[in-house]
Design a protein around this ligand. Structure first.
Ligand code: NIG
Length: 395
């Protein structure tokens, strides 16, 4: 029989179990959680369970690991000068993607893998246990395939984003590039991906071009995501609803009718507050979206251009402070909401039978994620019951 571990003396446990009547987060105070074979097998009052191994967390809070449903972690190069110029007043433009594309094409596979592994380790330190990773900085069939193969080494949640921007060599014939993405590039990339995504925005792809790519993805068995309504109002949300997307991401500029059509659909609205932070955009009013009944996620959008951060804690704090979500809503959006944005219900919650993907906070409750902004509160991170990050002893 597999050895069991009890995580005991939990001050406040967030389960996100919809069966529990203790609010949206299914919170249980003074709890114990038992793990066997990487799976949660039992939840009970603190101090009532015996197991082969006991881990006393001293009244700390335990949460489901964060589910980061939007990242671009495979890339090379540095765009800190572009960021500094923006902080001095320059605007953000989608064209910066080409700078990273050049650097990524020129990087060796080993260098890309090493950079990816460093970023994944950083994500674990930030309490992220499930990660989505997009391609989009290759923009040739060979380079996009290479990125997706590497991403697959780190996660099952991979997304083909060949339609990130029109690369320089196609700048005078964007429709030819769309032919490539929806044709041979899709054929090569789809086997390495779960989702197809498109940047449907001024300066990237228009509605018709985006629709073509998404339809080709669906024909190849992929689920749909859309980057939409980031830099201005536009067709992204409408297209996502039309195509039955799993999520539409960014949602910085939403009209009343965008919110209405999201509410009448099963599309998850994923907010990326760190991108709004790093591009000096206004924060969206998530309150209106949540109140309309839309399922909402928050994610880091970790990428070298618009959001170079893995801090889910900061996402949560911004979602509360500047987007008017409650703390419970924002924590749910970073865990169960992220899972919904990936079409998953096994992760983002701690319930018997589910994976023991969890975070121990160096704080008595999840409220401290917002109450103590900028403080590294992730004490330890477990994926499938295995410790993947822990703060140095004695802290
Ligand atoms: O999600 N919106 C498109 N893609 C990224 C930007 C990437 C970049 O600027 O390199 C984003 O913000």
């Amino acid at each position: 029989m597999a050895a069991s571990t009890v995580i005991d003396n939990i001050g406040a446990l967030v389960t996100n179990d919809p069966e529990r009547e203790s609010g949206r987060l299914g919170r249980i105070d003074r709890a114990a959680l038992v793990i066997e074979d990487g799976t949660v097998v039992h939840i009970a009052p603190a101090g009532t369970i015996r197991a082969d191994r006991r881990l006393d967390v001293g009244g700390r809070a335990v949460l489901p690991g964060f589910v980061d449903s939007h990242t671009h972690l495979v890339f090379a190069g540095d765009r800190s000068a572009e960021f500094a110029a923006r902080m001095a007043g320059a605007p953000y433009a989608a064209g910066g993607i080409r700078v990273t594309t050049d650097a990524t094409r020129n990087a060796s596979e080993d260098a890309l893998r090493e950079a990816l592994n460093r970023r994944v380790a950083e994500a674990r330190q930030a309490g992220i246990t499930t990660l989505e990773i997009k391609s989009g900085y290759g923009l040739t069939t060979e380079d996009e395939t290479r990125i997706l193969r590497l991403a697959r080494e780190a996660t099952t949640e991979t997304t083909f984003l060949g339609a990130h921007v029109v690369p320089t060599e196609y700048s005078n014939r964007p429709d030819d590039y769309v032919d490539l993405v929806a044709g041979p590039m899709m054929d090569a990339c789809a086997p390495h991906a779960r989702f197809v995504d498109v940047f449907c925005e001024e300066g990237a792809f228009d509605e018709d071009q985006s629709r073509r790519v998404l339809k080709a993805g669906i024909e190849h068995g992929l689920r749909v995501k859309v980057h939409g309504n980031q830099l201005g109002f536009g067709p992204g949300v409408g297209l996502a609803v039309e195509m039955g997307a799993t999520s539409v991401d960014h949602c910085t500029h939403l009209t009343g009718s965008d919110i209405e059509s999201l509410a009448g659909s099963s599309v998850v609205a994923t907010f990326l507050p760190l991108a709004d932070f790093s591009t000096r955009q206004p924060y969206p009013d998530a309150r209106k979206v949540v109140d309309a009944g839309v399922t909402v996620a928050v994610a880091t959008n970790c990428n070298p251009g618009s959001s170079y951060s893995t801090s889910m804690s900061l996402c949560i704090a911004l979602a509360v402070r500047d987007m008017h979500m409650t703390i419970d809503e924002a924590v749910w959006a970073a865990t169960a909401g992220g899972a919904a944005a990936l079409g998953r219900s096994d992760v983002g919650r701690l319930t018997p039978g589910g994976p023991a993907d969890l975070v121990v906070l160096d704080a008595p409750s999840h409220d401290h994620l917002v109450y103590r902004p900028g403080v590294p509160l992730i004490h330890s991170t477990y994926v499938g019951g295995r410790l993947v990050h822990s703060i140095s002893p004695g802290r």
